[in-house]
Design a protein around this ligand. Sequence first.
Ligand SMILES: [Zn+2]
Length: 64
Amino acid sequence: MNNQTQIMTLCASCAKIYYSMPDQRIRRADRTQHIKERCEICQTHLGYDYAVTEVQKKDRRAGK
Ligand SMILES: [Zn+2]
């Protein structure tokens, strides 16, 4: 099993969206990072690098 992890630059509000997603794991890529970069999602605010991992669900139920 290898989940795909990508490094993304996210501002606080866009990071919050990922935090709320049940199928995405998000954590700071570099906790010592102090210089903010432009957010990849909104291209407006500044934020830090995050490691975003897609979580594979154990039981997949298609439809209802
Ligand atoms: Zn953003």
